[in-house]
Design a binder for this molecule. Sequence first.
Ligand code: F6R
Length: 350
Amino acid sequence: TKGGYDFYMLKEIAEQPQAVADTLLSRFPDLSLDEVRKVVIIACGTAYHAGMIAGYAIEQWARIPCDVELASEFRYKDPILDASTLVIAISQSGETMDTLMALRHAKAQGARVLAICNTNGSTIPRESDAVLYTHGGPEIAVASTKAFLTQLVACYQVGLRLGAARGFSHADVTAALRAVPDQLRALLTRTDEIRELAYDLATARQVLFIGRHVGYPVALEGALKLKELAYMHAEGFAAGELKHGPIALIDEGTPVICVLPAPGDPLHGKVVSNIQEVRARGARTIVIAEEGDETIVPFADDVIRVPVTPALLAPLMTTVPMQILACEIAAARGHDVDQPRNLAKSVTVE
Ligand code: F6R
C-alpha cells in the first residue's frame, strides 16, 4: 500500500533515509580489487546517471581510470577490455536487457563483472562474478528514486574499496556517509516550498537544469524525472556548455534549476557566474544550494537548501528536491505519477 501517501513515488522518496542506511550495511562481496587497472560502468537511464557520479568518485578516491557507458551503446564501440578491467553493471531490476547484453559482451572479452542491483537473484547478478546488493526494498513507481540513492551509496562503497586496495584512506568520506540518513530525514521535513514552486512551474513551456562536475549528472537526472512524469520539455546541461549553444533556449521567465557546489568548492564561483549569465537572459533561477551559502541569494529567484556534505556525496542531497519537484509538477498537471505513459518499470527488450 501507499502508506498514507498519494503516490508510491512520494512514499519511496520518503523511504530514502532508511534505504540509504540499509545499503550502507550491505555485505561487500568477495572480489579481489588489487589487480584492477581500469573500471568501466554500464547502465541505463537513472542507473546511468548514478554511474556517471560513480565515475567521478572512483577516479578521485582510487585514482583508477573509469569510463561510464550507456549499456545500449557499449558493444558498438568495440570496447577495449581484459582481465584487469572491472566492469560494474548497475541495475535496479536486474533484468534490463541492454545492461545484460553489455555485461555478456564484457565477460566474453575476459573482464570481471560486479553487479550493483536491488533485486535478489535477478538475471544481472546471476550472470556477474560478484554482486553488491542495494537495499532499497521494492520500488513500485515507474520513476526511480530510492534505487538511485542506494545505487550511489553502493558505488561510493566500491570507490572507497578500490581506493583502500591502492592504499588510500578516506575516513572523512566514510564518516560523512554515516551522517547521510539523518541529513536526508531533515531535508525531507521541509518540502513545502518545493510544492509551491511546483505549482508555479507546472505551466512552463520548458524547464532547464544546469550543473557541473557531479552536479551535471544530477541535472540530467532532474530533467529525466520531469520528462518522464510531467511530459514537459526538460534538458540537463553541463553549465559550462551553455555558452556553446543551449543558452539560446533561454527567454523571459524560462525556469532554470541550478545545482550549486558548496562555497569552498573550486567550481562554486564558476557556477555562480553561469547562474548570472542565464539570469541576464531572463531566466527564472531556482538554485539548489548548501545551507548557509548566502553568496547566491542576489542571483536566485528561489533557493532550495540542502545539508552540508563532501562534494562527491552532494548528489545524495541535491537529487531529492528534483524528485519531489518532478512528482509535484506531474501531479499538478493531472498525470498518473506512478504509471507514466509509454513506460514500463523494467525494460526487458533491447
Ligand atoms: C527512470 C528509470 C529508468 C531506469 C532504467 C534502468 O526513472 O527508472 O531510466 O533507471 O530503465 O533500469 P534498471 O535500473 O532496472 O536497469
